[in-house]
Design a binder for this molecule. Structure first.
Ligand code: SF4
Length: 229
């Protein structure tokens, strides 16, 4: 079995709870949705269909080389769970070598997650707000996904754009509170709209969310500030 891989590299995690930690990033090719502001268009096959096919041992050898001093291996994309059969094979190999796995996911493919959750260490889950992404709503999928993800460490990220509506934020809070109000929620002002009201919206929405959830932060996507991958 081989995976379609966009790129493998070492960098610093730029968003979420583990911002600032060194990681090996394995960027899986292709995604199951199309967000309006996708920041990795090369990984979803829209700009180019550039990827390489990588066998498990080949990938592990590259991860090993990049691993020293890293906190974890980020399985990112695209949407890594599109290739869940490969990930199911990869996770035990990471665990065997003492490498933590960190799954960055759009939080939609709950049945795929259920098949691999036993071997995942950390789930960094996106909430895709329809007013931000211009995609259809995924509330039911997100709720089902979160119920599976909370078997392990999970935190949630939501990008807030100038278009993000309060209605979507209210729905998000209901969703998270309905599963576990202690799950951390991180509101991320869209980097390209930070001077266009996105940061103020984040701060307003944070006040609202804190009434129902115990851990709500506003954090920028630092890799965009630092201009790193
Ligand atoms: S889920 Fe992520 S990779 Fe997929 S289209 Fe949206 S931003 Fe891009």
């Amino acid at each position: 079995m081989k995976a379609k891989i966009s790129e493998i590299f070492h960098s610093i995690q730029g968003e979420g709870k583990y911002t600032g930690h060194e990681q090996v990033f394995v960027r899986f090719f292709e995604c199951n949705i199309r967000c309006a502001w996708c920041d990795t268009p090369h990984s979803i096959g829209d700009t180019t269909r550039h990827y390489r096919e990588c066998a498990l041992e080949e990938l592990m050898a590259e991860i090993r080389e990049l691993w020293p001093d890293c906190h974890s291996v980020s399985l990112t994309g695209g949407e890594p769970l599109v290739q869940k059969d490969f990930i199911k094979a990869l996770l035990p190999s990471l665990k065997k070598e003492g490498m933590r796995s960190y799954l960055e996911t759009n939080g939609i493919l709950d049945r795929h997650l259920a098949q691999i959750i036993d071997d995942v260490d950390i789930v960094a889950m996106d909430l895709k707000l329809p007013s931000s992404t211009k995609c259809r709503p995924y509330w039911e999928e997100h709720a089902a996904f979160l119920k599976v993800a909370r078997q392990k460490e999970v935190f949630i990220k939501a990008v807030i754009s100038g278009d993000t509506t309060k209605e979507d934020v209210v729905r998000s809070v209901e969703l998270v509170a309905g599963v576990d109000p202690g799950i951390p929620l991180i509101l991320q002002p869209n980097y390209f709209e930070r001077k266009n009201g996105a940061l103020d919206r984040c701060l307003d929405y944070q006040d609202y969310c804190r009434q129902y959830l115990t851990d709500v932060k506003v954090m920028s996507q630092m890799h965009k500030v630092w201009k790193i991958r």
